[in-house]
Design a protein around this ligand. Structure first.
Ligand SMILES: Cc1cc2nc3c(=O)[nH]c(=O)nc-3n(C[C@H](O)[C@H](O)[C@H](O)COP(=O)(O)OP(=O)(O)OC[C@H]3O[C@@H](n4cnc5c(N)ncnc54)[C@H](O)[C@@H]3O)c2cc1C
Length: 397
């Protein structure tokens, strides 16, 4: 199966898009058009102002592109492949990484936590409205004092009193939490010392999210510091199948793959803008694209994009085949985000001084790459996960 050349991104040098079946390619192209027409016009001002544009939610709601991985609960009733959802994340980041992150927190982290951690009644209760983006989700794992070591170092506590749980502690960096309707909060049960998951509704007394200001990356995403003071959650809102951190790791395994796809999208967006600029801007009487050293940067970028895309294509196949392990997604997240960091730096270099002003997309990609490099497990943490898998030795401490 081959895709029509005029459908293909210039960065899709090996025609990876052709790996999608026709009906999924149609959804991908619809996503691309939606992002170009409905999302791109919103992002430049919002990024500069550090503001989440609320109309983004309305536009996504009308797009029919939310909830695709949850065919039992969404409007799209046909199961879709991991390759399609990965390539959709790539398309979003290719336009704007904040938009991809907002979407990934809702449609990935929060919905998947409820899907895999909840029982049938809980899925039926929360997921249908989330799949229509009538309600928004967030995922609160990281803490001010517990980042990379949050598995062992989680300080937020849950204490059971009859049919109610009392949560106390603090969370940091939680995307969408300033306006989310449902925040999945992880806390350590003081009785058995295991991590459990709770769905906390907006406005619950004692639950206080505060927007983190002055970010220099992903400025459109609202990240929050949350304090939890005697937050009361009914037992019915505890996720039934989250019994320890092992269940949280299973969620992260899937969402980390999505972040690797986001990193690919950032690379592609930066490469496309550099390629266009190199064709237009002239120095020494010819376009920048005509200099060997500039071609070297472009071709190295295309090599990183193509190697990463090939890796993610096979990762998606492992996911679809159900033989996907933590170390598979960790290797992809560590490798692809490192390649992304190289590509955004080379792309920015091609713009010279113009590479640091927001009038050109490359400055936004360059800044946003830093957050993607660090979240959902830093390169070091993902390296240690793979290192343990290949050597049999744990080197975390
Ligand atoms: C924009 C953004 C959005 C985010 N969104 C969310 C969200 O929605 N929900 C959520 O729960 N979290 C979220 N996070 C948190 C994110 O997952 C953490 O920032 C990340 O896991 C790293 O934790 P940390 O920032 O506390 O860094 P630290 O853990 O303090 O690490 C600092 C540095 O030390 C290194 N390091 C630590 N331990 C070791 C070791 N043993 N060996 C070698 N090096 C080590 C790390 O790799 C890193 O380079 C977000 C973060 C950002 C920046």
């Amino acid at each position: 199966m081959t895709s029509a050349m005029d459908d293909r991104l210039a960065a899709d040098f090996y025609d990876f898009q052709a790996a999608l079946p026709d009906e999924e390619r149609t959804i991908l192209l619809r996503t691309r058009t939606f992002l170009r027409d409905e999302v791109k016009p919103l992002v430049d001002d919002a990024w500069a102002e550090g503001r989440f544009p609320e109309e983004l939610i309305d536009r996504f709601r009308e797009s029919g592109l939310v909830g695709l991985p949850y065919p039992d609960h969404g409007e799209h009733r046909t199961p879709v492949s991991h390759l399609l959802t990965g390539m959709m994340a790539m398309e979003m980041s290719r336009v704007d990484a904040s938009v991809a992150t907002f979407f990934g927190v809702h449609n990935g982290l929060a919905m998947y936590a409820i899907h895999s951690g909840g029982d049938q009644e809980q899925r039926d209760r929360w997921l249908p409205r989330m799949a229509r983006m009538e309600t928004i989700g967030a995922f609160a794992l990281t803490e001010p004092l517990g980042g990379s070591d949050v598995a062992a170092g989680m300080r937020t506590t849950a204490r059971r009193e009859g049919d109610t749980w009392i949560l106390n502690g603090a969370k940091r960096w939680i995307g969408n939490a300033t306006f989310a309707d449902h925040v999945v909060v992880f806390a350590r049960d003081v009785d058995d010392d295991q991590v459990k998951g709770f769905v906390v509704g907006r406005g619950t007394p004692g639950f206080a999210p505060e927007k983190i200001a002055h970010k220099t990356a992903l400025r459109i995403v609202e990240n929050a510091d949350i304090t939890l003071t005697d937050v009361r959650v009914p037992e019915t809102d505890r996720l039934r199948h989250v019994e320890s951190f092992r269940d949280v790791a299973e969620i992260l395994r899937a969402t980390r793959a999505g972040v690797a796809w986001q990193a690919l999208g950032v690379m592609i967006g930066a490469y496309e803008s550099a390629l266009a600029y190199a064709g237009e801007r002239e120095q020494f009487g010819r376009p920048l694209a005509g200099f060997q050293l500039v071609q070297d940067l472009l071709v190295k970028s295309l090599g990183n994009i193509t190697a990463s895309w090939g890796m993610l294509l096979q990762l998606a196949r492992l996911q679809d085949a159900g033989v996907f392990k933590d170390e598979h997604s960790s290797l992809a997240k560590a490798f692809v985000t490192a390649r992304m960091r190289e590509v955004v730096a080379w792309a920015r270099e091609i713009f010279g001084g113009n590479g640091i002003v927001l009038d050109y997309d490359v400055a936004r990609f360059f800044a946003d790459a830093e957050a993607i490099y660090s979240f959902e497990g830093t390169r070091e943490m993902n390296t240690l996960i793979v290192g343990k898998a290949v050597t049999g030795q744990s080197a975390f401490v």
